[in-house]
Ligand binder design. Structure first.
Ligand code: AMP
Length: 362
């Protein structure tokens, strides 16, 4: 079985590593000659919209999937006419545009922050008048890890925030003074079987995820699962999907969905019975899904901009190191550590040590 993957970054690499024991080979399309997945499979190097290379993927792969949302829609259509593509072009098309995404959430009764489309300065003023401040102005597409967004705290921020993003279709969202950020990572098979990983509690700094902790007994699990379930069924979804949520009191509001394996699910590599990567491959390859329960108290710390000394990381009890093989750059996700511990106290102690090593302790 050959799985084609659009993108050759760390998510593609971890998918390929999970596929190896199953006899699944991965073929990546990525414009970077040094794409970090290349050591785990075969790299087809070139542009995401190069039809001759998409043709190679279509001819050689049994099924094609992707590791990021910003795949050109035309590329996915081209592929979908020639080879099975999971998750579907529809799911990708919705997830890549925050406006379509939030409209679908609203249509399905999934609560969201207030939001309005902003295509001009007049729209921006109207949206601020309707939603109020503080608010967050975001590009509808191409935003990730907090990029392409501006926090508008007061009227004085408005002109500058709009000028920084103008020229792209935008969305204004009410700022949610959330108690917690959580995500629910789910996997659905072509036969419609859905499994959920335990709810994950996430901590971001500057828009970038720094820590995730699995919360198997979280009181909001059932609510999160119900929201994700509606979405998966409406999209007739196949593969792993992550729904990112804000908690306010006892209520969850949907921030965004990722139609792919997700950073907040990395703890599942050592922390769950079947990792998100293996289950995504199982789903897209038409294989039975694996169990998604946590094996122990489990979590993850991201390494952004630098990888700490492996001696120190691996001296933390229960820690496993994952290095992506990417050239270090400030703000770049270079690796992570997962932790499995006997109980929550030991888990949080280990995560604190790892965050100190990662430079994200405070
Ligand atoms: P996003 O790229 O939309 O996932 O945003 C990155 C991070 O910015 C989120 O994980 C939140 O920490 C923060 N954020 C985004 N939108 C909002 C919002 N409407 N209210 C409060 N915080 C937000």
């Amino acid at each position: 079985m050959i799985v084609g993957i659009i993108g050759g970054g760390q998510l593609a690499r971890m998918l390929a590593l999970a596929g190896q024991p199953l006899g699944i080979e991965c073929l990546f399309l990525d414009p970077a000659v040094d794409a970090c997945a290349r050591s785990a499979g075969e790299l087809v190097c070139g542009a995401y919209d190069d039809e001759s290379l998409l043709g190679v993927l279509a001819a050689r792969a049994d099924v094609v999937t992707y590791e990021f949302e910003n795949v050109p829609a035309t590329s996915l259509r081209y592929l979908a006419q020639r080879v099975r593509v999971h998750p579907s072009a529809e799911a990708l098309g919705i997830a890549r545009d925050r406006w379509h995404e939030k409209r679908l959430f609203a249509e399905l009764g999934i609560p969201t922050p207030s939001f309005m489309a902003v295509d001009s300065w007049a729209d921006c003023e109207q949206a601020v008048a309707a939603i109020g401040l503080p608010a967050v102005l975001k590009t509808r597409t191409m935003g990730y890890d907090g990029r392409g967004q501006r926090m508008l705290r007061s009227a004085a921020d408005l002109k500058e925030g709009y000028a920084a993003l103008a020229g792209m279709p935008l969305i204004l969202e009410g700022f949610v003074p959330f108690d917690r950020e959580v995500s629910i990572v789910a996997v659905r098979s072509a036969a419609g079987v859905t499994r959920f990983y335990p709810l994950t509690e996430n901590l971001h700094k500057g828009g970038v995820l720094v820590q995730s902790v699995s919360r198997p007994a979280d009181p909001l699990s059932a609510q999160a699962r119900a929201l994700a379930s509606v979405l998966l069924d409406r999209l007739n979804y196949v593969g792993v999907l992550a729904l990112e949520l804000f908690q306010r009191g006892d209520r969850l509001l949907a921030n965004e969905m990722a139609p792919r394996v997700h950073n907040s699910g990395h703890w599942t590599i050592e922390g769950a019975e079947t990792s998100q990567f293996e289950n995504h491959l199982r789903a897209v390859a038409g294989l039975p899904l694996g169990a998604t329960g946590a094996l122990a108290a489990a979590g993850m710390v991201n390494f952004v901009g630098q990888i700490p000394d492996p001696q120190a990381v691996l001296a933390v009890p229960g820690a496993h190191l994952h290095v992506y093989g990417k050239v270090p750059r400030p703000g770049r996700k270079l690796g992570h550590a997962t932790v499995r511990a006997a109980d929550e106290t030991a888990l949080y102690a280990a995560l604190a040590r790892l965050r100190a090593l990662a430079g994200t302790a405070s």
